[in-house]
Design a protein around this ligand. Structure first.
Ligand SMILES: Cc1cc2nc3c(=O)[nH]c(=O)nc-3n(C[C@H](O)[C@H](O)[C@H](O)COP(=O)(O)OP(=O)(O)OC[C@H]3O[C@@H](n4cnc5c(N)ncnc54)[C@H](O)[C@@H]3O)c2cc1C
Length: 262
């Protein structure tokens, strides 16, 4: 029997804007700022950072709240978006997915479950939905995963019995690392993993733009939709040009539209 998992996203940290600190700055500089009525912390953070560039407070303030941020994005002044970051814990995704995720180098930081330090004997697996829908594909997939899992356990046991005499020479931790490195080589791309990552609004927008709507990449679309569902309430203006639709098979797709008003 194999355990199966599906994607779960936990938001561990969200942007916080310290109003008191910024008000103190405004007082010290003898400035006033007409804030947007419903701006969120993430939006205030970005607007405050952007306004510093031209000290556009008081008489020099022309836009307000959502209209200010929409204009920043429209003009490509996007480095300001880097000040708002979120930390996510993503579980129930495959190693194949995270291999693609970590290709995003700019504005993303990662900490991922190690297959060298963590025993994967009880690992779960992520089945593609297309496989789950077909009994025949399901049987082939399950057999392959089960046999890989058995091979992993067999390799682990055999390697350990070979190495039991060496354990005194090496640190146990490094010996186990060596053994698990060999055993993990037979684990499939479908092996479930957990990844903690932090990303800023600019890099998240880039990720959603290039990953959210690739029809053939179901796991990417599912994770993109999970992300957008968390990001839009936190920063509606920053993610206003993305929307979630459903494909015929019921899976989500994240589309970018040119529907933003400035
Ligand atoms: C549909 C699709 C198919 C793909 N297929 C493949 C594939 O077959 N094989 C494969 O290896 N990868 C593939 N990729 C991954 C892709 O090439 C990128 O590595 C990945 O999407 C990360 O994108 P990025 O480099 O834009 O992101 P980031 O690394 O986060 O970079 C963000 C942006 O910063 C700038 N930047 C970053 N680094 C540099 C640099 N060194 N020099 C100049 N500018 C830089 C670029 O503007 C870049 O878009 C695919 C991606 C997609 C969406």
């Amino acid at each position: 029997m194999i355990n199966e998992k599906s994607a779960a996203l936990y938001v561990i940290a969200r942007p916080i804007f310290d109003r008191d600190a910024f008000r103190q700055f405004l007082t010290d500089e003898n400035q006033t700022w007409l804030e947007g009525d419903n701006s969120t912390d993430a939006e205030k953070l970005i607007e405050a950072a952007g306004r510093i560039c031209y000290m556009s407070f008081g008489q020099r303030q022309f836009r307000r709240g959502s209209s200010y941020i929409a204009n920043l994005i429209a003009r490509g002044h996007e480095s300001v978006l880097e000040h708002a970051s979120w930390s996510f814990l993503l579980c129930g995704v495959s190693r194949a997915f995270t291999h693609q995720l970590v290709r995003h180098r700019i504005g993303f930081s990662y900490s991922q479950l190690s297959q060298q330090y963590h025993d994967e004997t009880e690992a779960s697996f992520v089945a593609p939905r297309s496989v789950v829908r077909s009994p025949e594909l399901r049987r082939v997939w399950t057999n392959a995963v089960e046999s890989a899992k058995q091979a992993y356990s067999a390799l682990l046991e055999t390697e350990l019995s070979f190495r039991s005499t060496e354990l005194s020479k090496e640190t146990r931790q490094e010996a186990m690392r060596l053994v698990r490195s060999a055993a993990r080589s037979v684990l499939p791309n479908a092996t479930e993993t957990k990844i903690f990552f932090t990303a800023n609004a600019r890099s998240l927008r880039h990720f959603l733009t290039i990953r959210g709507a690739v029809e053939g990449d179901e796991e990417m679309r599912i994770v993109s939709a999970l992300l957008l569902r968390e990001l839009q309430p936190d920063a509606p203006t920053i993610f206003a040009d993305f929307r979630i639709e459903e494909l015929e098979d019921g899976t989500p797709i994240v589309k970018k539209c040119s529907c933003r008003e400035t």
